[in-house]
Unconditional design. Structure first.
Length: 321
């Protein structure tokens, strides 16, 4: 497995690093820790770095970037994983995506917001771009009150609970498989949930204006949908139970994004895991609307699962342990 950890000196970087440390990753796992010195490219490929005549200023920026990497390197070296580091100049999102593709990364981990992002926006520009365009799974790290408390008291961040949202689509199944292969802490609880179509949405899509017929159709639809939902969640729950995790399943009636966000508020998971698209996802769209809304407005970290594609175009599992 290859993980790309992106740091920028923010407290999000600390949480992201601790999250990696909380996983029971095999020693063969490769972790690349990177930071990007932001630099805009103007017409003709001109950059300020090229125009600067003061080499000492460039060296100073480079030195600061490498210094930024030292703490996460020190933290992960304790786990005896294979850790390397690098510094890139340029557009942060572009450089992150480029490195992820060059090194055939399975999972990118970065903060949901960076040092330069406005506190008014729930999701930073770099995180949004990486989430949309990455060819591998992406974990956007956010703080919870419990996590901030642990950081302040120098306690280790742990993963105690994960909320896995599924709708039975191939995208959701990819995320489920990713999570099954990700070595979560053994005492972690995995809550599998799905959202049923709301009564109002179903009513609006019924093909007739006859009230009696509509009511019968809706009752049948709700029964069949609920049966299928329990079938999906129980099947997945069984898979996690076999691995020894504590599990629970949850079926909520309502809009998909709203239901997932409501469940997250109630159960307070360390992160939400979901596919980049759903059953209603349009193939040519980079990211489904439900996934983007959850990533934007969740109070906790969000894992967007994708099927990893090698540079040669061959599809393989996101994790190869």
């Amino acid at each position: 497995m290859k993980i790309l950890l992106v740091v920028d000196g923010s407290s999000y970087s600390v949480t992201a690093t601790e999250m990696i440390g909380s996983l029971a990753l095999p020693l063969s796992t490769k972790v690349i820790i990177m930071t990007v010195v932001p630099e805009h490219t103007f017409l003709g490929g001109i950059t300020l770095k090229k125009l600067r005549s003061d080499s000492s200023e460039k060296a100073s920026q480079e030195q600061k970037a490498w210094k930024l990497l030292q703490q996460p390197i020190k933290t992960l070296n304790k786990s005896k994983l294979k850790v390397t580091s690098l510094v890139r100049w340029g557009n942060p999102a572009e450089q992150i995506l480029k490195v992820a593709e060059e090194h055939e990364i399975s999972l990118i981990i970065l903060g949901a917001k960076g040092l330069t992002d406005s506190p008014e926006f729930p999701l930073g520009g770099v995180a949004l771009s990486v989430m949309k365009h990455a060819k591998c799974s992406v974990l956007l790290v956010r703080h919870k009150d419990e996590v901030i408390k642990k950081i302040n008291t120098k306690e280790r961040t742990t993963i105690n609970r994960v909320l896995l949202a599924t709708d039975g689509s191939k995208y959701a199944n990819t995320t489920t498989q990713f999570l099954l292969e990700l070595p979560l802490p053994q005492d972690c609880e995995v809550i599998i949930m799905t959202a049923l179509q709301s009564h109002l949405e179903a009513w609006m899509m019924t093909p007739t204006l006859n009230f009696k017929t509509n009511r019968e159709l809706l009752e049948k639809l709700q029964q069949d949908e609920e049966h299928e939902a329990h079938k999906i969640t129980k099947k997945i729950e069984k898979q996690f139970k076999v691995l020894g995790y504590r599990t629970a399943s949850l079926v909520i009636r309502g809009g998909a994004a709203e239901s997932v966000l409501a469940a997250a508020k109630e159960y307070k998971p360390d992160f939400i895991a979901l596919g980049n698209k759903g059953l209603s996802g349009i193939e040519h769209l980079i990211l489904g609307s439900v996934a983007e809304r959850i990533a934007r407005f969740s109070d906790c970290s969000v894992l967007i699962g994708r099927q990893f594609i090698e540079s040669k175009g061959k599809i393989k599992n996101s994790i190869d342990i």
